[in-house]
Design a protein around this ligand. Structure first.
Ligand code: S3P
Length: 428
């Protein structure tokens, strides 16, 4: 699907986004390992989370969905059954990487694959530590999916220092640690999103080389009720629109304010946007609240270091915002952006360039010299949901008309995106 968007004078209104994608995957996976009934309200409606659900069903987990409430009947961490066919993680890196951690501890063989994009994404980052724990996993020459995971010989705990900040790798190793003899310790020199640790109530301590999280084979997952917070990474697109379109003000209700995810709000503030956070409360162990962003004149900022994992998924929309800020915005230390659903450095730079921005590609990021405007153009989603949505917002803020090729990829995380966009646009 190609989506045509005309420049709009402003956006205004209140909106709710679907449940957070990272929390949703984990709620399903952790419920599947618990003994008993777990309930999940507000699960993400995106295709990625559906991929996790269908893999779990193939592994014999009982899952029902009635009126927005998902019920998972887990039978303990060793109760999966051998699937009849290959598991398909679709476009979802989180499904593949977290589930492989669990499958490494099972007594049967499985193969997990994904779509054309996921089959190109690096899996050595999980296969390395899982093999060190005693797992036997075979991938392609370049260690990409399909991954064939052989029946578990006895896994043993390791101490694993993450070479790059990644919540997917951290979670994969911790999940395998539930099946391993002895303790598994994951050390994070730079902290990434901590939903796994919060949801499994794992203790984190400060060690000499970073934050340490420990798990062992006597860990039992408890059945729970999960009320999934709204996804800040989805809300970010509209909050950015509120910041860059004149006379605009938008409010996202009930989004996660977990400090490992709120780098985007910190960047908005340092760019000079008006950000108001209200009704701060808790949902399933995560702080949540309502966030209002209204238009103001933005200025360029420098983004790098420990900030990157706190806003890794928001960098494409930050690139768009930077075009409307005065001065230069530089994003660096974000090399892993090249390994996401697309090479997001290339996607952001090429699309912004097509829209007339003053943008430069860096090895580990990009820099944008804000000119205060963009011009409508033909851009591409690069088969990447976050690029499709970031450039729809760019199109709203641009002069003229923008055509987003292959915009249907937004469905991966946010099927309601185009509907909410139309509702928030004010044209009179
Ligand atoms: C995620 C972690 C991040 C993020 C992805 C979701 C998760 O990936 O980009 O969208 O749910 O753990 P990395 O772990 O590769 O940084």
């Amino acid at each position: 699907m190609d989506y045509e968007v005309r420049g709009a004078p402003s956006v205004s209104g209140t909106f709710k986004v679907p449940g957070d994608k990272s929390i949703s995957h984990r709620a399903l996976l952790f419920s599947s390992l618990a003994s008993g009934k777990s309930e999940i309200r507000g699960l993400s409606t995106g295709a990625d989370v559906k991929s996790t659900m269908s893999c779990l069903k193939q592994l014999g987990v009982k899952i029902e969905q009635v009126d927005g409430m998902v019920t998972v009947r887990g039978a303990g961490k060793s109760a999966y059954s051998r699937p009849d066919s290959v598991l398909d993680a679709g476009n979802s890196g989180t499904t593949m990487r977290l589930l492989t951690g669990i499958l490494a501890g099972q007594q049967f063989e499985t193969t997990i694959t994904g779509d054309e994009t996921l089959r190109k994404r690096p899996m050595q980052r999980i296969v390395g530590p899982l093999t060190e724990m005693g797992a036997e996993i075979v991938g392609s020459d370049k260690m990409t999916a399909p991954l064939r995971i052989f029946p578990s010989r006895k896994l043993h705990g390791i101490r694993y220092e993450l070479p790059l900040p990644s919540a997917q790798v951290k979670s994969s190793v911790l999940l395998a640690g539930m099946f391993a003899e002895g303790e598994t310790v994951v050390v994070e020199p730079v902290e990434s999103r901590d939903h796994t640790e919060r949801m499994l109530k794992l203790k984190k301590v400060k060690g000499l080389s970073g934050l340490e999280t420990v798990i062992s084979s006597d860990y039992r997952v408890e059945p729970q009720y999960y009320d999934v917070a709204g996804d800040i990474s989805s809300a970010a697109f509209f909050l950015a629109a509120g910041a860059i379109l004149p006379n605009s003000s938008v409010t996202a209700c009930g989004i996660t304010l977990n400090p490992t995810r709120t780098g985007f709000l910190d960047v908005l503030k340092s760019m000079g946007a008006n950000v108001r956070i209200e009704n701060v409360r808790e949902a399933a162990g995560e702080p949540i609240g309502d966030v209002t962003v209204s238009h103001s004149n933005l200025k360029g900022v420098d983004i790098g270091g420990g900030m990157i994992p706190r806003l890794i998924d928001e960098l494409p929309i930050i690139g768009v915002m930077a075009a409307f800020a005065e001065g230069e915005t530089v994003v660096h230390d974000a090399h892993d952006l090249r390994r996401k659903e697309s090479d997001r450095i290339v996607a952001v730079v090429d699309n912004l360039d097509a829209m007339g921005a003053d943008v430069r590609e860096l090895d580990d990021g990009f820099s944008v010299n804000g000119t205060g405007s963009l011009s409508g153009a033909e851009v591409d989603s690069y088969k990447d949901h976050r690029i499709a949505m970031a450039f729809t917002i760019a199109g709203l803020a641009a002069k003229g008309t923008t055509l987003i090729k292959n915009a249907e990829w937004a469905e991966i995380s946010f099927p309601e995106f185009f509907g909410i966009t139309q509702r928030l646009v004010v044209r009179s």
